[in-house]
Design a binder for this molecule. Structure first.
Ligand SMILES: [Mg+2]
Length: 184
């Protein structure tokens, strides 16, 4: 039987972008930021305005090698491998316009964690990708996909996506997701 298609985002779901950003901020300033300040998807916009610092942060996070160093969330790799056994899974991940090596590093990162047969679609136009299930942490992506497709949509609960359409199923753990998918 043909497997159902599961579309999954990378940053915020599998790759801990926020911690990498916090680490870079600490390298530059010595200040340890708390995750609780990130109430908007654009993390830099949650910081007090400081043009000089923003410029340095921008330079650091867009340096070759930065994407490759992002760590996976604990438990995420194992959980996604479980999804891969049941579904035809594709990572749908946006490339960075500002970081020239982002896309290649992300591809290699996914191969390192999931093997050379990992399926990746590098696009920010996620609503154009067909699937039976869609999981992402960005309100805009989730709502766009929901309004353009007929599959089941999940939003991964974050402080910055509380504004998401209430009809979209919110999940905050792999166990909860597996419960909805009948995979427990
Ligand atoms: Mg994301």
């Amino acid at each position: 039987m043909k497997k159902q298609v599961f579309l999954i985002d990378c940053d915020g779901i599998c790759a801990d972008f926020d911690s990498a950003f916090i680490k870079s901020f600490k390298e530059l300033t010595g200040v340890q930021l708390k995750n609780s300040i990130f109430t908007k998807y654009d993390l830099a916009s949650c910081l007090p305005r400081n043009k000089k610092l923003e410029k340095k942060l921008y330079k650091l996070t867009n340096k070759p090698g930065w994407c490759a160093k992002i760590k996976p969330y604990p438990g995420a790799i194992k959980a996604i491998k479980k999804l891969m056994r049941k579904y035809d899974l594709y990572f749908v991940t946006a490339s960075s316009f500002h970081n020239p090596t982002w896309t290649h590093e992300r591809e290699m990162w996914l191969r390192k964690h999931f093997g050379d047969n990992v399926q990746t679609i590098h696009t920010k136009h996620k609503h154009m990708v067909y699937g039976d299930f869609f999981l992402d942490d960005k309100t805009e992506n989730v709502e766009n996909w929901y309004f353009h497709n007929n599959g089941t949509v999940f939003i991964w609960d974050k402080l910055y996506n509380k504004d998401c359409d209430k009809n979209i199923q919110r999940v905050d753990s792999w166990e909860q997701l597996f419960g909805f998918l009948d995979l427990l």
